[in-house]
Design a binder for this molecule. Structure first.
Ligand code: DP6
Length: 364
């Protein structure tokens, strides 16, 4: 490749850095599978991208022969169902930009993929940000959340920082009323933290996508859940967050996690994401709170056995030592509340002069 072509390609690289989020009230079940419209709204905290992050670089060019997606150093099979569904974001954005230019996307996570840390959230939120700039779309966070949602539901909440609410929507047939709004930014309650206990860094047995579908189809208990979450949990949680009431918020977070895992268990065949170590963590957190006479830590679990303990800066050390003393806990990460994705300069890009020739077949 000649120097001029290389410089031209490098000038078209756009890079975003972003993070995952942890849900305080959960999304589990779709009303519309194609558009990814949830059965209920959900609320989450965006994690600080200094602590855990994904960096995604994109390059669109009419010189590229076919799309290439590299994740954690490995070229992904774009015919694979999961990858294809998630890469759909790029097609949606290409359509808005009215272009057929092919793309090179390189993405890297600073934490184990599929460890139940919702790495798809940081992957997709950074992808929409990078494409927005690369394709000069100028879309708002709200518009980007609508696109991100269609790649993987929970990822849309990582498009903004602080504490975010994904509105269920459901009145517009195109899904345009199912978007993310910030409840408070990361400076409103900056002491909030997520202490993550890694119990099993492996890939989950049942994907969230398959698991939630099974729950909706088979669980009688689930029938009560969406209305209850929408009418009780969401307003109460919003109120507790706005008034920085940790006790009220913590109790709701734990009860919500328990309710989610109850409907998973009520699914047929049952889905078990929690294991004995997760349960030991649950007992230990309740004991700690009881001994302090108030809630200082609140556990929550997604589609995996790893625990997220929501707490505040002043209680961080107590929670970390509690977790480190539990048999089976492999690693403890502490992560602050964080901002939404940020754009990085070319010096931090993952698409470089060195790897362009390796990953790209160019058209003559
Ligand atoms: C348990 O967003 O991964 O983490 O929309 O099918 O891609 P798809 O599902 P996904 O589900 C996440 C479920 C959860 C709860 C949550 O984060 O709200």
């Amino acid at each position: 490749m000649d120097e001029k072509t290389m410089q031209d390609l490098l000038g078209k690289v756009f890079t975003a850095k972003g993070s995952s989020n942890i849900a305080f009230s959960k999304y589990w079940g779709k009303e519309n599978e194609k558009l990814i419209l949830p059965c209920n709204s959900s609320i989450s905290m965006t994690l600080d991208n200094k602590d855990v992050h994904t960096i995604t670089s994109v390059l669109f060019s009419d010189k590229i022969e076919s799309d290439v997606f590299v994740l954690n150093g490995e070229i992904q099979d774009l015919e694979n169902k999961d990858t294809k569904e998630r890469f759909e974001i790029v097609n949606i954005m290409r359509k808005i930009a009215d272009t057929s230019k092919k793309a090179l996307v390189i993405s890297e996570n600073s934490f184990p993929t599929a460890a139940g840390l919702a790495s798809s959230a940081s992957g997709i939120s950074t992808l929409v940000y990078a494409c927005n700039d690369a394709l000069k779309l100028g879309l708002s966070a709200k518009e980007l959340s609508i696109i991100a949602r269609q790649g993987s539901g929970s990822s849309c909440r990582s498009v903004v920082g602080g504490i975010a609410k994904w509105n269920k929507g459901g009145n517009e047939s195109d899904g345009s009323d199912s978007y993310v709004e910030q409840i408070v930014d990361e400076k409103y309650w900056p002491e909030l933290m997520d202490i993550i206990a890694i119990v099993d860094p492996g890939k989950k047995k049942v994907s969230s996508r398959a698991g939630m579908k099974q729950t909706v189809e088979t669980s009688p208990l689930y029938k009560l859940r969406p209305k209850y979450v929408e009418e009780n949990i969401i307003p109460q949680l919003t109120e507790a967050i706005k008034s920085r009431d940790f006790e009220a918020m913590g109790k709701l977070i734990m009860k919500e996690s328990n309710d989610l895992h109850a409907v998973m268990l009520d699914t047929y065949p049952p889905i078990f994401y929690l294991n004995d170590i997760s349960r030991d963590i649950i007992y230990a957190v309740h004991e700690l709170n009881q001994s302090r006479g108030k809630i200082i830590g609140a556990y929550t679990f997604d589609a995996g056995p790893n625990a997220h303990i929501i707490t505040t800066q002043e209680n961080k050390d107590g929670i970390i030592s509690l977790l480190k003393n539990i048999d089976g806990v492999k690693e403890v990460l502490s992560v602050k509340i964080g901002s939404g994705p940020v754009m990085l300069g070319n010096e931090e890009a993952l698409i470089t002069k060195e790897n362009i020739p390796k990953f790209l077949k160019l058209t003559a």
